[in-house]
Design a protein around this ligand. Sequence first.
Ligand SMILES: CC(C)(COP(=O)(O)OP(=O)(O)OC[C@H]1O[C@@H](n2cnc3c(N)ncnc32)[C@H](O)[C@@H]1OP(=O)(O)O)[C@@H](O)C(=O)NCCC(=O)NCCS
Length: 379
Amino acid sequence: MTGKTKKAGGLAGITAGQTAIATVGAEGKGLSYRGYSIHDLTEHASFEEVAFLLLYGKLPNQQEFEAFETRLIGQRELPDALRQTLRAIPASAHPMDVLRTGCSMLGVLEPETRFEQQEQKAERLLACLPSMLADWYRFSHDGVEIDFESSQRSIAGFFLEKFGGREPSPTHVRAMDVSLILYAEHEFNASTFTARVCTATLSDIFSAITGAIGTLRGSLHGGANEAAMELIERFQTPDEAEAGIMEMLQEKALIMGFGHRVYTVSDPRNEIIKTWSKRLSEECGDTILYPVSERIEEVMWREKRLFPNLDFYSASVYHFLGIPTPLFTPIFVLSRVSGWSAHVFEQRSNNRLIRPGAEYIGPDETAFIPMSDRESRPS
Ligand SMILES: CC(C)(COP(=O)(O)OP(=O)(O)OC[C@H]1O[C@@H](n2cnc3c(N)ncnc32)[C@H](O)[C@@H]1OP(=O)(O)O)[C@@H](O)C(=O)NCCC(=O)NCCS
């Protein structure tokens, strides 16, 4: 039993198509990407290996991996016109709006004119979305013009270095890497479905990814990690958190970072990210955030049989990595662009326009009323 009740709508429980990219691990099956368990991937692989797996359907051998990594490193630079666009965006903008705009602008400057270019465009986005985020953030907040040279080969290390302005510790790079692996793919979630609907009209990959970024922004989807951080930060002690959550539940408020459309008893990604949250908490001597998070988890299970999803402990992980809260959902983008792109490829490989029907619940057929005969309503 969970705190969830069956509700109509939202396409809940509907199988909307087929995929060979991931199984979300409902009904006791493990979450896997192309058949590889996320436990094995987060234990043994890097995010780049996982991105290759998603895009090309197999784990890369050494040679393929090195070539892929080198291609990504070589595409971190941004075109001048894109940098100028990013610089015109104020510091007060939400970073998700920045990435949505940056992705769209890249599609203007380097358009996908033939579907044969799809792999190259996906790699370009994977390589330069971190640059867009770091470039805009550092310039608009600190007046710093970053360069894209880096000693860090991985996307995780590159982003942490460019964002933080110094070399990140190997533990921090690995924590970020694991988080990117966990966020990389999740079947027909709302943003991926957006990308597939767009792709199915034979649109270009930049339009599909731009739409997906906009969908991810909402707090019922990717935005939940930021909302979870804002919640956790309100409390100074576990007891305070317990009292606060009880009050919120009485008011029937949504507790961000809990619950899931597909999972019913736990989110398999949670135990992995929670382990990292605990480890980073101990490393930095935190005595508040992790204990508060654990208490919220206990209360939510006791009161509502609701469990933390990936977003809940990701919030404290990012916080311990020194990342400001408004950048949490954009980091999700840096990772999920790999899964979205894989879905663009898969949709194109066996395409049919996605156009469901709707049950009409409006008025019966009505005679047209000339404007002069219509009732005037106070404005
Ligand atoms: C993820 C989510 C959107 C799934 O939604 P859904 O499948 O449509 O589930 P519902 O909204 O129908 O929830 C079913 C019941 O559980 C309750 N519930 C679900 N998630 C809840 C939460 N996080 N906090 C409090 N109650 C919650 C709902 O209020 C509802 O209760 P009701 O039937 O009494 O109205 C939902 O759990 C949620 O809003 N979670 C918070 C946002 C979040 O963490 N999103 C990231 C997902 S990875």
